[in-house]
Design a protein around this ligand. Sequence first.
Ligand SMILES: [Zn+2]
Length: 368
Amino acid sequence: MMRMPSSLHAQRFLLTASIALLLISPARPQTTSYEFNDSHFHLTNNIQEGPDIHDFLKMMGTRTGRVALFGLPLQQQWSYRDDGDRAPKYYLHSDAPLYYYSFTDAYIAMAYKSLAKEQQARVDPMITGFNPTDMYAADHIRRVLNTFPGVFSGIGEFTIHKEFVSSKISGEVASLEDPALDRLLDFAGEVGLVVLIHNDIDIPFSDVLMKEGTEPAYLAPMKAVFKRHPSTTFIWAHMGLGRVVRPNKNHARDIEAILRDPDFRHVNFDISWDETAKYIVATPEATKTMAGLMQRYPDRFLFGTDSAAPPDESKYTKVFYQYDPLWKSLDADTSRKVRLQNFERIFDEARRKVRGWESAHVTHGYSN
Ligand SMILES: [Zn+2]
């Protein structure tokens, strides 16, 4: 080997060192440096209030890479007859009904469009302002895509059966058997929109009221919905759990039966919501059961916060840290998939398909 003169040696060392420095400290954090992508985030609350989207991007900071972002389509009515001057901000704070607030989709689209290009790349907006009991729901979704092409990646979170909520919505009660639901899910499949659906796996307090061994009330109807729509990509929010819809002792087994069955390969699960996390981190055994399920099916779970209208970064990221025991129980590959890569795979595919559908079908140019 030829010996270099020492000054040249030093120059070369400096050059190598500065290249290395450039590589380890990029101007902007790369995707791989983020802690998580968020598959489930509400920018607004039940009365359509929430942070400015630019402030929210600051909350994402260097921890959150990308986000599936939507409003909350169920608006809490302020009934003066019922609530007087006590303006309700949350659906449990009033007996007045909730109603479908379609303007949310225009609001979310305009918020997204106000972002710079590199900020938009981190956001996947979702359409939620439709009534799933209405045969015209699919037409609403088509109209939103037509009016705001280049924006949306999916539909949801929308709700069929949800403890305390479904019964409060004015109009017909939603149902998994409704042809209106099938029509909108067919349309989502045709376009390539990801479907984020909230449907409790069971009725509340069923463990107290039902006999041992009874199947959760909505498990079979949900599976039937998935089977009727094999070309639609689903994310079943919260694995069907809720505030009082607890996982029964067969919950992991029931979820695994779906994961194992090739007929349900289009079905994924999110573990969003502090109410879901409370079950998973309740005991070391519960955490171990969940970790085992994720390690056997690492491509099928997504982390999400289910944060709604957070005021600051620590409130926004709270659920992620609540899951610390789970993150510690997963191998590095599974953890990375659940926190980051499954989101990227599912939403990149949705963006590609929806943009393709739009270029073939969007007929007018309201948007610029
Ligand atoms: Zn939900």
